[in-house]
Design a binder for this molecule. Structure first.
Ligand code: ATP
Ligand code: MG
Length: 687
C-alpha cells in the first residue's frame, strides 16, 4: 500500500505546506518579511510530533532571542497535545550551548557550575591584559576577539591574519584572554557556541550522542547566524542533515557581530540535496507598507530573487512627519498614539515605537510618561545591567562558582566591609603565584604570613559566609551537588539581610536614589523566587539562566497592554498593527559611525557601501514590522551637547518612493494647552 502523508492542520499556503512536509533532506525556506517563515517552523514542529511520530525529545527549534523562543513555545501549544510536547527544545543558540556545555562540562575541562561572563566582566579581563583605560580601545579589542571566535579563528591563526595595529593588539591578548577565562571557570557568550562546536568536532562519542538525541533541527532567522553557529548545526545534524532553516537575506542585520549572510549560499554548496522553498505571499502588512518596504530593499544588490505580495488591502497612506527637534518628535508621537488608540479602538500594545539607537528612548519615555501612556522598553539597557542588580548577582555567581574571580572582587568590595585595596592586592598576588582562584586563596595557610591578623580575619569571615551560603544552596565543599538544597528565595532573603544591602544603598545614595535601587533589588528577588519555583531551578541554574537573558533583551516575558519601545535590532521577527519609526535621519539611520579602515581609501569606500546596505536592511526590518499603519518621523535639528545641529531626512525616506500618495504632515507638535484640550475632547467622546 502506498504511504499517504498525514494532513497538516492550520492555515498554510501550498509552498508553506511543501516546506512543512519536506523530510527527505535539508530544507531552506528563503523568503521576505511576513511571509510566514516562522509559521512554517511552528507548523513543522506540530507535523513532526503529531503526524510523523517524532519524540519531542529529539526535536530542537532554535530562535534568535529568548522572547522569540517564548513566543514559539506559546504557539506550538496549538499544534500538538501537551504530552506530545514534553521534552521539546525551543531555545536560543546560546541556551542550547549552555545545556550542552553543562552536560559535557568534564569533556571541555569545565565544572558544571561554570560562570557565564557578561560583556562588562569580560571587558574587565581585557583591561587586565592591555594596559590602557581607553574604553574605546578595550571594546575594539573585545570585539575583534569576539569576531574571531564567531568565525572559528583560533589565537594562532589570529596572529597570522591580523593586519592592522588594532588587530595585532587583539591577537596578542586573545590567548591570555582565553586562559584567564579558563582560570575563572568562566566562559563568555561566544564560547557558549564555540566550545560546543569544538567539542563535537573532535569528540566522536559526544557528537554521535548529540546527533542521535537531536534528530531534527529547525532554525529561525538563519541569515543572522555566524560561522560558529552554522558549524554547530552542521555537527549536530551530521550526515543525515535533517533540518529546516528559514531566513531572509534582506533582514541580515548582525554582520557587525560576525553573522555572515554567506551561510545561506554555503548551505546550497554544503548540501547538494538542499530543498529551497520560496514564499511569496505576505500575510502581515497592507499593500502600501509592503510596497514601500519592497522599494527600499530593491536598492540593495540581491542574492536571490524575491517578490512579495499582499491581499490585505491598500491600507492608509504612510505618514512622513518632519519635526523641529527630538522633544517635539517624542511629544507628537505620544499624542498621535493616544489619539489613534481612541479612534481605532486599539490597545496600547498595538503600537510600537522603533528607533535606531538606544539613546533615542529617553525623550520618548519622557513624553509617554507625561501623557501617562504605559510603555515598556525592550532591547535597551537591560534591567540586568543595573549596578544594584549586578551587585546582588555577583554574590549569587560566587556562591554558584567560587572560581569566578570577577564576581569575587565585586562581592567582597560591595558593600565595603573593611577589606582594603592593599589586602586585595596581597590576595591577588598570592593567588596569582599559586595559580589558584582568589576565593580559594583566602583559606591557604601561606597567606597567613603576608597579612595582618585583622585583615586575614576579615577575608576569612567573608569566605566562611560564602561557604555557608553554598552549603544551603546545595553545593558541597568541593562543588559537588548535595541534595538538601534550600529554596533559592530563602537563601536570597537571608543573603540580602546578612550583607545589609538596603542599608548600604541608603548610605551611598540620596533617599530617592536608594529607594529606586532597593525597589529594583526587590523586583529581582521576586522574579528569581518565581523563576526558581516555576521552573524548578537550582541556584546554579538560575545564575546561568540570568547570564543568558542579559545578552539580547531584558526579561519581558509577559505581554502586558503597553506601548512597545524598541531598537530596530530587537524588533526582528515581531509585528505590530501600528508602527512609529522615529529619527529617520541621515547619520542616525543610516547610522554610519566613523571610518574604521586605516589608510586605504578603496577599502574605506567599500566598507561604507556595505554599511549603508546593512542599514538599509535595518530600515526594511523596521517598515515590515507594521501591519496596518506606519508613521515615519525625522527631526530638522537635533541637540548635540548643548548645540542644535541641522539634520537631513534619511535617504531611505526618499527610497520608500511614496510619491503622490505621500502625505507630509507638517502640523507642529501640539502645545501643552492644545494637547490638554484634545485629551479632554477625547475623554468626553469616550464618556
Ligand atoms: P519575519 O521575516 O518578519 O520574521 P516571517 O516570515 O517569519 O516574518 P511570520 O511571522 O511567520 O512571518 O508570519 C507573519 C504573519 O502572517 C503572522 O501573523 C502569521 O500568523 C501570519 N501567517 C503566516 N502564514 C499564514 C497563512 N498561510 N495564512 C494566514 N496567516 C499567515
Ligand atoms: Mg519570522
Amino acid at each position: 500500500e502506498p504511504f499517504v502523508l498525514p494532513p497538516v492542520a492550520g492555515g498554510m499556503n501550498d509552498a508553506q505546506r511543501e516546506a512543512v512536509r519536506h523530510l527527505d533532506g535539508p530544507c531552506l525556506v528563503l523568503a521576505g518579511a511576513g511571509s510566514g517563515k516562522t509559521r512554517v517552523i511552528t507548523q513543522k514542529i506540530g507535523y513532526l510530533l503529531r503526524d510523523c511520530g517524532y519524540n519531542a525529545r529529539n526535536v530542537a527549534a532554535l530562535t534568535f532571542t529568548n522572547k522569540a523562543a517564548k513566543e514559539m513555545a506559546e504557539r506550538v501549544k496549538s499544534v500538538a497535545a501537551p504530552n506530545q510536547l514534553k521534552g521539546l527544545t525551543i531555545s536560543t543558540f546560546h541556551s542550547l550551548g549552555v545545556r550542552l556545555l553543562r552536560e559535557e562540562a568534564k569533556k571541555v575541562g569545565l565544572k558544571p557550575a561554570f560562570s557565564i561572563l557578561a560583556s562588562d566582566d569580560a571587558l574587565g579581563i581585557v583591561q587586565d591584559l592591555i594596559a590602557t583605560t581607553d574604553k574605546g580601545r578595550l571594546r575594539a579589542v573585545q570585539n575583534t576577539i569576539s569576531l574571531w571566535k564567531n568565525a572559528l579563528v583560533e589565537p594562532d591563526e589570529a596572529e597570522r591574519i591580523a593586519s592592522t595595529e588594532g588587530e595585532r593588539e587583539a591577537a596578542r591578548a586573545y590567548r591570555s584572554y582565553n586562559a584567564t577565562l579558563r582560570a575563572y571557570q568562566s566562559v563568555d557568550f561566544d564560547d557558549l557556541i564555540r566550545l560546543p562546536a569544538q567539542l563535537l568536532e573532535r569528540d566522536d562519542e559526544a557528537r554521535e550522542r548529540w546527533q542521535s538525541r537531536l534528530r531534527y533541527m529547525l532554525v529561525d532567522e538563519y541569515q543572522d547566524t555566524n560561522a560558529c553557529q552554522y558549524r554547530l548545526v552542521q555537527l549536530i545534524t551530521g550526515p543525515r542533515a535533517m533540518f529546516t532553516a528559514v531566513g531572509d537575506d534582506d533582514q541580515a542585520i548582525y554582520a557587525w557581530r560576525g553573522a555572515t549572510i554567506e551561510n545561506l549560499a554555503k548551505l546550497t554548496t554544503d548540501y547538494p540535496n538542499l530543498k529551497v522553498i520560496k514564499l511569496e505571499q505576505n500575510y502581515r502588512s497592507v499593500q502600501r507598507i509592503l510596497a514601500a518596504a519592497n522599494r527600499v530593499i530593491e536598492k540593495n544588490p540581491k542574492l536571490f530573487d524575491k517578490k512579495l505580495w499582499s491581499d490585505l488591502g491598500a491600507g492608509d497612506p504612510i505618514v512622513v512627519v518632519p519635526m523641529d527637534g527630538e522633544e517635539a518628535e517624542a511629544e507628537s508621537v505620544a499624542v498621535r498614539i493616544s489619539a489613534a488608540r481612541f479612534e481605532k479602538k486599539a490597545q496600547w500594545k498595538d503600537f510600537a515605537i522603533l528607533y535606531r539607537s538606544n539613546h533615542q528612548a529617553r525623550a520618548m519615555e519622557q513624553a509617554l510618561r507625561n501623557l501617562k501612556i504605559p510603555y515598556m522598553v525592550s532591547g535597551g539597557q537591560s534591567f540586568f545591567d543595573k549596578a544594584e542588580v549586578r551587585d546582588v548577582l555577583a554574590y549569587l555567581r560566587l556562591i554558584a562558582n567560587d572560581e569566578d574571580d570577577p564576581a569575587m572582587i565585586r562581592a567582597i568590595t560591595t558593600p565595603k566591609r573593611g577589606v582594603g585595596q592593599a589586602t586585595l592586592e596581597v590576595l591577588g598576588n598570592y593567588a596569582g603565584e599559586r595559580e589558584i582562584p582568589l576565593f580559594a586563596a583566602i583559606f591557604e595557610t601561606g597567606l597567613e604570613q603576608r597579612l595582618a591578623a585583622r585583615q586575614l580575619a576579615q577575608l576569612r569571615e567573608f569566605g566562611e559566609f560564602i561557604h555557608r551560603m553554598q552549603w544551603r544552596a546545595g553545593r558541597g565543599a568541593s562543588g559537588e551537588a548535595i541534595t538538601s538544597a534550600e529554596p533559592a528565595g530563602e537563601i536570597l532573603d537571608d543573603l540580602l539581610r546578612a550583607i545589609n544591602y538596603e542599608r548600604y544603598l541608603y548610605d551611598t545614595f540620596d533617599e530617592r536614589g536608594a529607594q529606586a535601587r532597593w525597589q529594583t533589588v526587590l523586583d529581582l528577588t521576586g522574579w528569581l523566587r518565581r523563576k526558581a519555583e516555576e521552573d524548578n531551578m537550582t541556584l546554579v541554574e538560575l545564575v546561568q539562566h540570568i547570564a543568558l537573558i542579559t545578552m539580547l533583551e531584558k526579561n519581558d516575558e509577559e505581554d502586558p497592554d503597553v506601548v512597545r519601545l524598541s531598537t530596530l535590532h530587537a524588533s526582528k521577527g515581531l509585528e505590530y498593527p501600528h508602527v512609529y519609526l522615529v529619527g529617520v535621519e541621515e547619520g542616525l539611520l543610516p547610522h554610519l559611525g566613523k571610518d574604521d579602515e586605516e589608510g586605504d581609501p578603496a577599502k574605506a569606500a567599500e566598507s561604507l557601501v556595505a554599511r549603508v546596505q546593512e542599514e538599509r536592511r535595518l530600515m526594511y526590518v523596521g517598515i515590515t514590522r507594521a501591519q496596518r499603519s506606519l508613521h515615519v518621523t525625522w527631526c530638522k535639528k537635533r541637540k548635540r551637547g548643548r548645540e542644535d545641529v541641522a539634520r537631513e531626512p534619511s535617504r531611505f525616506i526618499e527610497e520608500m518612493g511614496l510619491g503622490g500618495e505621500k502625505i507630509v504632515d507638517t502640523t507642529p507638535a501640539m502645545s501643552a494647552k492644545d494637547r490638554l484640550g484634545m485629551l479632554k475632547a477625547l475623554l468626553n467622546k469616550g464618556g
